[in-house]
Design a protein around this ligand. Structure first.
Ligand code: SF4
Length: 60
């Protein structure tokens, strides 16, 4: 399965990814998204990558 990554230099902390995939993404203390479990996508990571307003999420 593809592994998600967040480019924090692009993230604006909107929270969409954490809302779509709460087991995968979390907003850190800095207000930016980070991956907490890259193996928990269950299909939601593609939606998060597609819908992230700044294109900060990549799947590899
Ligand atoms: S959807 Fe994109 S911009 Fe929004 S918190 Fe997630 S990575 Fe950051």
């Amino acid at each position: 399965m593809a592994k998600p990554k967040v480019d924090q230099s692009l993230c604006i902390g909107c929270g969409l990814c954490a809302s779509l995939c709460p087991d995968v993404f979390e907003l850190g203390d800095d207000g930016l998204a980070k991956v907490i479990n890259e193996n928990a996508c269950n299909g939601c990571c593609q939606d998060a990558a597609d819908q992230c307003p700044t294109g900060a999420i990549s799947l590899n």
